[in-house]
Design a protein around this ligand. Structure first.
Ligand code: ZN
Length: 204
């Protein structure tokens, strides 16, 4: 099983990090060891002084596929969840400035909490109109809607599956809206889809 990350998929977030708005999806991979499940605590690793939360809608693939046309992409997933793509921003900035891959800044152990439960997509009017939000210590820090994605879920699946065979259980982290910020020891993050609480993560 693999985790597929998408960078810069919301215009306001690309801007807040002074990144160009991409003309095609920015794809990166993370190993399965970067998953953090069951609302477990997140421990800030010692190789970074600046871990940012990135709240993201996560799509779970339920059918094997390759070269999937976006028209048929909806057949390859049933469930939607949320995740946090923790990012060692200081390390990522260093790697980016040298033109190096940023894997270590995103795919390190337990960097990717995901919700315990996923929601069947039939419960949404459209997968391209899902509200989601993140509270940090009780205050809203990130608020997004999938309609603001530059590349929608079905387009992402088309693009990703040109390069990588999608397998059952693969998770696509679909990019973060604006509002990323540094986490500190003692912070509590709570992620919601609509009004439904999906994920809690305490920072240690
Ligand atoms: Zn991300």
């Amino acid at each position: 099983m693999k985790l597929i990350g998408i960078g810069r998929n919301y215009i306001e977030h690309a801007k807040e990090l002074n990144n160009a708005v991409p003309s095609e999806p920015v794809i990166f991979l993370m190993p399965d060891t970067s998953l953090l499940r069951n609302d477990e605590d997140f421990y800030i690793p010692d190789f970074t002084n600046e871990v940012h939360h990135e709240l993201e809608i996560v799509v779970r693939i339920n059918k094997i596929g390759k070269n999937i046309n976006s028209k048929f992409a909806h057949r390859y997933y049933e469930e939607i969840g949320v995740g946090i793509d923790f990012t060692a921003r200081d390390l990522q900035a260093k790697l980016k400035s040298k033109g190096l891959p940023w894997s270590n800044a995103k795919g390190f152990d337990k960097a990717s909490p995901i919700s315990r439960t996923f929601i069947n997509k039939s419960e949404f009017t459209s997968v391209d109109d899902i509200d989601f939000s993140l509270l940090k210590n009780g205050e809203i820090v990130q608020k997004g809607n999938t309609k603001d994605m530059i590349f929608k879920i079905d387009e992402l699946i088309e693009h990703i599956s040109k390069y990588y065979t999608l397998k059952i259980g693969d998770l696509i982290f679909t990019g973060t809206p604006a509002g990323v910020s540094k986490v500190e020891i003692g912070d509590r993050l709570e992620a919601f889809i609509g009004e439904k609480k999906m994920l809690t993560c305490d920072i240690k």
